[in-house]
Design a protein around this ligand. Structure first.
Ligand SMILES: Cc1cc2nc3c(=O)[nH]c(=O)nc-3n(C[C@H](O)[C@H](O)[C@H](O)COP(=O)(O)OP(=O)(O)OC[C@H]3O[C@@H](n4cnc5c(N)ncnc54)[C@H](O)[C@@H]3O)c2cc1C
Length: 273
């Protein structure tokens, strides 16, 4: 239950309120969700900060390549409708099947929640995305998404001002397993071409996040649960990795310019669930 809500005028005010214990409120789709893990009573609404509403090209100091910067209050639907946004990211945004929710939910909010059924994190880990962040002391920096996800104790309290995606990312292919389009995804995996190799981002419901070189599946700690047995999930992870890696190595994934050259073939998911 929200007790105190302050509408922030700018990032500086947001960060100083966060230092006092306020949490950012963006689209509110996770904050207001029944059984949400987000707890807290004091929120700072960031939706009125004009600087955070843009999607634009960006060159980062000291970092090679050019990036598309997606501000913290840009919604899934804003990204889908924007010509600058790479095709693989639009595809990941479409994993959120509800148009109503896509009009509210932000990409940065999705990243900040770090849900293990995240629509976006696997593709963004595979594609080496970065984040433009502010520490509680107001210090700006650019960090890798991977650091933000895996070093929660360090970056958990940071404000995410923008998502940065490299325009030179090679082919990306991805797959999400869920019982229906609007159910929780129990395995979401993406592979991105990186020079001669392939980088894979993975999230498994009730097991967490992984990023790895696509030549081999790492040891994923799996659980038997409502989504399937450990053996079934292991099977899906193995065949999906092979499928996605061969798809991007053949350059047949979803490309940065938004075009789709092809899609990973659907593998039959046999085995007892
Ligand atoms: C029915 C339903 C089903 C859902 N299913 C899924 C699902 O399968 N997979 C999935 O990934 N999500 C799911 N969600 C959750 C949610 O829709 C998304 O994760 C969404 O992208 C969150 O974005 P938001 O802008 O609504 O975040 P909010 O709800 O506003 O905020 C979420 C959290 O992130 C923090 N936050 C927001 N923006 C920032 C920022 N810029 N910097 C730092 N912290 C920030 C907030 O303080 C809060 O803790 C579901 C939600 C609903 C209602």
């Amino acid at each position: 239950m929200v007790e105190k809500l302050i509408i922030a005028k700018n990032v500086k005010e947001t960060v100083s309120l966060m230092k006092e214990g306020f949490q950012p409120l963006a689209g509110g789709t996770e904050v207001n969700r029944l059984n949400s893990t987000v707890k807290g009573k004091n929120f700072v609404y960031i939706g009125k900060i004009a600087d955070l509403k843009t999607i634009e090209k960006s060159i980062l100091e000291g970092v090679s390549g050019s990036y598309i910067k997606i501000g913290a209050v840009c919604t899934f639907q804003d990204a889908i409708e924007n010509d600058l946004v790479p095709g693989y990211l639009k595809e990941a945004c479409r994993f959120m099947s509800s148009r109503v929710r896509r009009n509210m939910a932000t990409l940065c909010g999705n990243i900040a929640v770090r849900r293990d059924d995240s629509y976006l994190i696997p593709a963004l880990l595979a594609a080496d995305a970065k984040l433009f962040v502010y520490s509680m002391f107001g210090r700006k920096s650019v960090i890798s998404l991977s650091d933000y996800i895996f070093k929660k104790e360090k970056y958990g309290s940071y404000f995410v001002a923008a998502l940065l995606v490299n325009t030179e990312t090679g082919a990306v292919s991805q797959k999400r397993y869920a019982n229906t389009a609007s159910s929780h995804g129990y395995i979401t995996m993406a592979a991105a071409k990186k020079g001669d190799m392939c980088q894979v981002g993975l999230c498994v419901k009730n097991s967490g996040f992984y990023v790895f070189d696509g030549s081999k599946t790492p040891d994923v700690v799996l659980k038997d649960d409502i989504f399937g047995s450990r053996a079934y999930k292991k099977y899906l992870i193995d065949v999906t990795r092979e499928d996605l890696v061969s798809s991007v190595q053949g350059d047949s994934g979803c490309c940065c310019d938004g075009s789709e050259k092809g899609k990973a073939s659907e593998k039959k998911s046999g085995g007892a669930k």
